[in-house]
Each structure stands twice: as C-alpha cells, then as structure tokens.
Design a protein. Structure first.
Length: 50
C-alpha cells in the first residue's frame, strides 16, 4: 500500500483510467487494516462474498 498514490498518479499520467483500480485498492486497504497482510492478491473475492 505504500506505493499506492505513486501507482495511481503514474497510471493517470500515462492516460490510463484508475477507475477499476481504486475500488480494488480500497479493498486491499480494508483487508490490511483488518490484519490480513499475508494473503494473496485474490482476497478481495472473500470480502465481496460477505
């Protein structure tokens, strides 16, 4: 998550929409805040299934 702002800024500077990335990154932030930092990148499916 440390590089999230840089990643989003670079995406936008390259003319790529961050529209789909923002919700995913928010789910990542929620999971990390809940102590799930050791999981793989598919964990948002678990959050959406709840």
């Amino acid at each position: 998550m440390a590089g999230t702002l840089t990643f989003l800024r670079t995406t936008e500077q390259q003319g790529v929409s961050a529209e789909l990335l923002r919700p995913y990154l928010e789910l990542m932030r929620r999971r990390l805040d809940g102590g799930g930092g050791a999981e793989g990148l598919t964990f948002p499916v678990d959050l959406l299934a709840r």
